[in-house]
Design a protein around this ligand. Structure first.
Ligand code: BES
Ligand code: ZN
Length: 935
């Protein structure tokens, strides 16, 4: 009989599968049910060997073995580790005693499982003894996952041969390493990894470390074993490997680590920017943190299928194509800034997250908040011409203010017991609010003590794990040393009020104009205005920076006083003296250095409004102009101010020419649009918007392609943003010119090669054309989507395809979005859904689609509940009647089982809808008359 080794392999695996299935079913359920692993054992090192089979598309799988060197810290008879959906051949498990007194071989007598916590428990023949070291060897195998995590499959079309090329990649954070190999899958169990990958020699293998040696496979012809160097100690969620046929672009940076950027061969020309930017920002961090990047190499790779935006695996950072690849002819400035920001974020994690890792997911914000904040500094350093830092800060504040105004928000530092709860923590609170409170600290501590405190913290906990108290400790000693913080104040006291408590305060500032003083009180700001005062209590330590109309010290963000909390956690009312008289305003919170809202008495608002609506408006710092807009629109929403006051503030936008105040305004006004466009009086709002937008639209030369003459880069973004809303509100010649651009493109002989639509206006032009256009217009764009070789272009197109107003077209689009065999990848389905649900005509369709297909959709994304959770906010923004609210409530009750993993998002959605209903009842008549008065 002749047979090929591959078929031997198959046969062998099949036998293994049958045996282990038999064993699996015999596995008893363990009584160990705590959500954390026992601490009796500590893994020191993993030898991981994995053979990946990519030849047969109907049978893509991997098989391997892991040998774990385990130190016993206490005596125990069990080895409890994580394993999920892996087939383990129990007859092949070995357990050896390798060091310690009376060394004798050991064995595994039986196994049991705990499916709730993914435990796989081995009961040992003899007790493992404290102080001794053992090696445990487990063989395992599984299909390459069809979900976008664990060890999973991805593919792309090779345009030359028109064939599908397969590749494999990992996504382990937060808890999927256990789906790729049995391991102690908690961030606190750091160990070294020696990875060896087996694959057909037509492929390349990549992992965290550089290749040590490549040898032919002992039995499979044309297969190799590629062994990588041993890694530094690290958490399991940072292990990564990939087998692919990609090309790479080397970076050249003197004295740095070897740096390569990988993509499918046909996209390699889109790697230039990332290959330049990556090493630059890495070098900046080395200086900023004062610690060199510890690995000899770093690879960044663009994966065609990827669930998150990117992932910081140590030495092998993985990305979506849209967050790594840049095409000068297809990507907009905003795409480019986005990818710079993502690269800067992931590389910041190489220190915050990889070198020093949170002890447990409770402190996830130490990873994500830091990476978010530090990325802003990195991008600002490499691209000062973008002026992107202020925009990043404002985005962080705007998004966290919104979410954190809900009772159903959560503290930055959040107890975690289940894997689904970990997933839920990757939200605006960990990222944006985390980043905002770090910036607050940076500003009140000052540059020097912040940096030296961070450096000490990173050095103390390098290759170890830390919790937030460890950070507070390092920062306090640095701040005391430099005198940045009074000796009686501790960073922990201050920061606990921000990280352990949900929400943020509104400071009510009431001036005594005769006495030249102001009285400050604080309470939690809540969007739901029916929540009684007694439930708004809370106290935050607030560094108080402020300035006056005469001083205008907008550069001094250092606190001039503190708003303190008593020992029992009550706010201590504060009085500020030496303020000016009744003709001058005061502004608190210079450059929004602290995440709180500031409300003033009527007179102070009047003074501010007068300056804003005068030639002098720029004498107020641009971030504070954005603050005034965001704050007053919040207060009007919840009834602390009336819409007359709010619209008098926004009226000044007719003069505003800066990006940031416009961004603050448009984000808030969009919410009003969502509610008002369903009412008969939408026309009034539209007229008001036109009034605000016309001057800036004209100032920016409308939709005309004047980009080459724009010298200030943030004005490119401003123009993109303004033209986009201008077309929505039919300002000036926006719509007809957009349609003309689209017609020109459609009449190109080769529209995939040449596109006359200005890159930075494409999303507006496409959306406008699809909204106004025919089915042929839609189909034309859909074809471009299918033929496009550039991820960011594909994304722009998908978002625009949802702009249609035709029910039939939108319905078809929704179905295509979730078709597993269709042209839209799973990673992009969310974008398509969001595009449809945000539209007026799409909203009811998408809502029904979700309600009817919820089981399917949950399963489609499972267990990456973050995608599912992201479907909800654009939907609930538009629900503002009791009927619709009750319909959604009934749906939630009926689908409780399916929605289990997105509880938090569901609660937040319901609360948002409740506040929308309140808004309609309280504000609708009021805003109409205010709009009329301000037209
Ligand atoms: N560590 C995350 C990736 C991640 C997200 C893993 C969610 C598991 C669950 C990564 O550093 C990250 O934050 N990615 C962001 C993009 C980032 C630049 C804001 C993401 O995926 O949204
Ligand atoms: Zn991150």
């Amino acid at each position: 009989m002749t047979y090929t080794p591959v078929s031997t392999m198959k046969w062998f695996l099949w036998v293994v599968l049958v045996i282990s299935l038999a064993l699996c079913s015999a596995n008893s359920i363990s009584s160990y049910n705590h959500y954390r692993l026992p601490t009796a054992l500590r893994p020191q090192k993993y030898y991981l060997r994995i053979l990946t089979l990519l030849e047969n598309p109907d049978d893509l799988r991997f098989a391997g073995s892991v040998q774990i060197v385990i130190e016993a810290l206490e005596n125990t008879r069990n080895i409890t580790l994580h394993s999920k959906n892996l087939t383990i051949d129990e007859s092949q498990i070995t357990l050896r005693h390798i060091s310690g007194a009376g060394s004798k071989d050991n064995c595994v007598s039986s196994t049991s499982v705990n499916p709730t916590h993914d435990y796989y428990i081995l009961h040992t023949c003899r007790e493992l003894l404290a102080g001794n070291v053992y090696t445990l060897c487990l063989p395992f195998s599984a299909d390459l996952s069809r979900q976008l995590h664990g060890y999973y499959r991805s593919s792309y079309k090779d345009p030359v041969t028109n064939t599908t090329r397969w590749l494999s990649a990992t996504q382990f954070e937060p808890a999927a390493a256990r789906k790729a190999f049995p391991c102690f899958d908690e961030p606190g169990f750091k160990a070294s990894f020696v990875v060896t990958l087996g694959y057909h020699k037509q492929f390349t293998g990549l992992s965290n470390m550089p290749v040590k040696e490549i040898k032919p496979h002992e039995s499979l012809p044309n297969y190799v074993w590629c062994e990588f160097e041993q890694s530094v100690p690290m958490s399991t969620y940072l292990v990564a490997y990939s087998v692919n046929d990609f090309s790479f672009k080397p970076s050249t940076l003197p004295n740095g680590a070897l740096f390569r950027t990988w993509a499918r061969p046909n996209a390699i020309d889109q790697c230039d920017y990332a290959a330049q930017f990556g090493p630059k920002v890495l070098q900046y961090y080395e200086q900023f943190f004062g610690i060199k990047f510890p690995l000899p190499k770093i690879d960044q790779i663009a994966l065609p299928d990827f669930s998150a935006g990117a992932m910081e695996n140590w030495g092998l950072v993985t990305y979506r194509e849209t967050t790594l690849l840049y095409s000068p002819t297809h990507s907009s400035l905003s795409d480019q800034q986005n990818l710079a920001n993502v690269i800067a974020h992931e590389l910041a994690h190489q220190w915050f997250g990889n070198l020093v890792t949170m002890k447990w997911w409770t402190d996830l914000w130490l990873n994500e908040g830091f990476a978010t904040y530090v990325a802003g500094l990195g991008v600002q350093e490499i691209h000062p011409e973008w002026h992107s830092r202020d925009k990043g800060i404002l985005t962080a504040l705007i998004t966290s203010f919104r979410l954190d105004s809900l009772v159903s928000s959560h503290p930055i530092s959040r107890p975690i017991q289940m894997v689904t709860e970990i997933e839920e923590s990757f939200d605006a609170i960990s990222y944006q609010k985390g980043s905002a409170v770090l910036r607050m600290m940076h500003l009140f501590m000052g540059e020097e003590s912040f940096r030296s405190g961070l450096k000490e913290y990173l050095q103390l906990y390098a290759y170890k794990n830390a919790e937030q108290d460890n950070l507070w400790q390092s920062l306090t000693s640095a701040a005391h040393q430099s005198g940045a913080l009074a000796e009686h104040l501790y960073i922990k006291t201050i920061m606990d009020s921000w990280t352990l408590q949900t929400g943020y305060p509104v400071l009510n500032i009431t001036r005594d104009y005769a006495a030249g003083s102001a009285k400050l009180t604080q309470e939690r700001y809540l969007r739901n205005s029916q929540i009684p005062r007694a439930e708004r209590v809370g106290c935050w330590w607030v560094p108080l920076s402020y300035t006056t109309q005469v001083e205008k010290h907008f550069n001094n963000t250092a606190p001039r006083a503190w708003m303190e909390c008593s020992k029992t956690g009550e706010s201590v009312p504060t009085t500020i003296d030496l303020l000016p008289g009744p003709e001058e305003w005061v502004i608190f919170n210079i450059q929004l250095s602290t995440p709180y809202k500031a409300n003033y008495d009527a007179r102070n608002w009047k003074l501010l409004i007068a300056t804003l609506n005068s030639e002098e408006f720029q004498s107020i710092h641009v971030i504070n102009r954005a603050q005034l807009i965001d704050d007053v629109l919040y207060f009007a929403w919840t009834g602390e101010q009336d819409y007359d006051t709010a619209l008098q503030v926004t009226n000044y936008l007719q003069r505003e020419r800066d990006l940031i105040p416009w961004k603050a305004a448009l984000d808030n006004l969009k919410l009003l649009n969502r509610l008002l466009r369903q009412t008969p009086n939408f026309g009034l709002f539209k007229r008001y918007m036109k009034k605000l937008l016309t001057p800036i639209y004209e100032h920016l030369n409308g939709i005309n392609d004047t980009f080459s003459s724009i010298t200030q880069q943030d004005h490119v973004l401003l123009k993109t943003m303004v033209v986009n809303v201008a077309c929505q509100y039919q300002v000036g010649d926006c719509v007809p010119k957009a349609l003309a651009y689209y017609r020109n493109w459609r009449s190109e002989a080769n529209p995939d090669e040449s596109n006359p639509v200005p890159i930075n206006l494409r999303s507006t032009v496409y959306c406008t054309a699809i909204a106004q256009g025919t089915e042929e217009d839609w189909d034309f764009l859909w074809s471009r989507f299918k033929k496009s070789n550039v991820g960011s272009e594909q994304q722009t197109i998908l978002s625009s395809l949802g702009c249609s107003k035709e029910v039939r077209i939108l319905q078809r689009f929704l179905e295509r979005a979730f078709d597993p065999e269709g042209a839209i990848r799973k990673q992009d389905s969310l974008l398509s859904f969001q595009a449809v649900v945000s539209g007026e005509q799409g909203f009811p369709l998408a809502k029904n689609y979700l309600m009817e297909n919820v089981d399917f959709m949950v399963a489609y994304y499972y267990p990456q509940t973050r995608s599912m959770a992201r479907l909800l906010p654009p939907l609930c923004e538009q629900i503002a009647t009791t009927n619709d609210l009750n319909e959604f409530r009934a749906f939630v009750n009926k689908s409780q089982q399916s929605l289990k993993g997105v509880q938090q998002a569901v609660q937040q959605s319901l609360e948002t809808m409740v506040t929308n209903v309140q808004w309609m009842e309280r504000n609708y008549p009021q805003i109409l008359s205010s709009l009329q008065r301000n037209l």
